[in-house]
Design a protein around this ligand. Structure first.
Ligand code: 2NL
Length: 365
């Protein structure tokens, strides 16, 4: 048998295989169970001992050389494939980088950050508390007795069960309970803001059942209305980033403050948009209420564990959502909570743009 010729043909076909699939089918053809060289090996058993001595080494040598050739060709084809991939997958550094999808900061979060920044500069810390409250912290401590209308089922979301102390549980209707908790845990003097979600059973074009409030509380000795007025004026000028903000203080009523004061700012209408600034009495201007405030009622100071003859304070509260709408020009409150990314990419802020008093508290993207 001319094994040399068989070997030559096998080696040249292996050398000519130009992909891994072809090479694998050659391996099966020569060395597989039914392969031609495997067939030769099987014939050895039928030969007489003399012939086997001659043929044996030749067939084994043939199998060895074909097997080595297959391995070498496989290696070469794999190296070539890798080289081709490396050549085609080079990165062109002169091209612009592919755009990474970027989220944006919701206007509510942005405005809360701006408020925290502004009040931090006036020495206020941020206080937080539970959104599920008991009726003592939400109402009683704030001088709102059992008979107060705000406690009614149609205004407040109650839970069916009372807590271990027998108190009724509810979704807080304002952030004031946070300040009661802060007075009780930290004592006086105190300068805090309490921003967060609050809940009322209310739903129409201008009211959502959940909205955002920020309240401020200062407790110290000798605090009076002058401190309140300066603080609110300084805050509003920083927030609206204008020096010509004019305040109008009006007497009002809140159960938790005495006296109570509502704060209006002057604004004008420019292209259908409210622009805050100037006196509300100036031509083309009007007044708009932006804050409720007052000197903390002595019953509330006492509920906070402090002696009202020793400590006085002022407090204020306002809606974060409305402040955001006024500054950034959205006109529908409900869109705030729809979660529409198109609205968010229009009104959202860059996460890298952290509000600072030196750099501007609000810079929309
Ligand atoms: C408004 C008015 C106000 C307060 C909130 C307050 C809190 C404590 C004691 C006294 Cl612990 N007062 N908060 C005071 C006056 C007004 O909010 O229109 N909010 C949306």
């Amino acid at each position: 048998m001319d094994h040399a010729a068989t070997g030559q043909e096998a080696l040249s076909r292996i050398a000519g295989a130009d992909d891994l699939d072809t090479l694998e089918s050659l391996r099966v053809e020569f060395l597989g169970k039914q392969g031609s060289i495997s067939g030769l090996l099987k014939t050895l058993g039928k030969l007489d001992p003399e012939a086997r001595k001659v043929e044996g080494p030749r067939i084994h040598a043939l199998r060895e050389s074909v097997s080595e050739a297959l391995a070498a060709r496989k290696d070469a084809l794999e190296t070539a494939a890798l080289d081709a991939r490396l050549a085609s997958e080079t990165i062109d550094l002169s091209l612009p980088a592919p755009e990474a999808p970027r989220g944006s900061v919701h206007p509510i979060s942005q405005v809360m950050d701006e408020l925290a920044e502004i009040f931090a500069d006036m020495g206020f810390a941020v206080a937080t508390g539970p959104e599920i409250e008991d009726d003592w912290h939400n109402f009683t401590a704030l001088n709102m007795p059992e008979s107060h209308p705000a406690r009614a089922m149609h205004d407040t979301f109650y839970f069916p069960d009372r807590n271990e102390g027998g108190r009724e549980m509810l979704l807080r209707t304002h952030t004031s309970p946070v300040q009661i908790r802060t007075m009780l845990s930290q004592g006086a003097p105190l300068r805090v803001i309490a921003p967060g979600r609050v809940y009322r059973s209310d739903s129409d074009a201008t009211h959502t059942p959940m909205f955002h409030q920020i309240e401020g509380l200062v407790i110290d000795k000798g605090i009076h209305l002058g401190h309140l007025k300066w603080t609110l004026e300084t805050f509003l000028k920083a927030y609206f980033e204008r020096d010509d903000i004019v305040l109008r203080l009006r007497p009002s009523y809140f159960p938790f403050t005495e006296p109570s004061i509502e704060v209006d700012v002057g604004y004008s209408n420019e292209g259908g948009r409210r622009v805050v600034g100037g006196s509300g009495d100036a031509p083309g201007h009007a007044w708009m209420e932006v804050l409720g405030s007052g000197m903390v009622n002595r019953h509330v100071i006492a509920a906070g564990g402090l002696d009202p003859d020793e400590w006085q304070g002022f407090a204020f509260g306002t809606g974060v959502d409305r402040l955001a709408m006024l500054k950034y020009g959205m006109d529908d409150l409900r869109a705030f909570f729809d979660g529409d990314v198109r609205w968010l990419s229009h009104y959202g802020f860059s996460a890298l743009d952290v509000p600072t008093l030196s750099g501007g508290v609000g810079t929309p993207v």
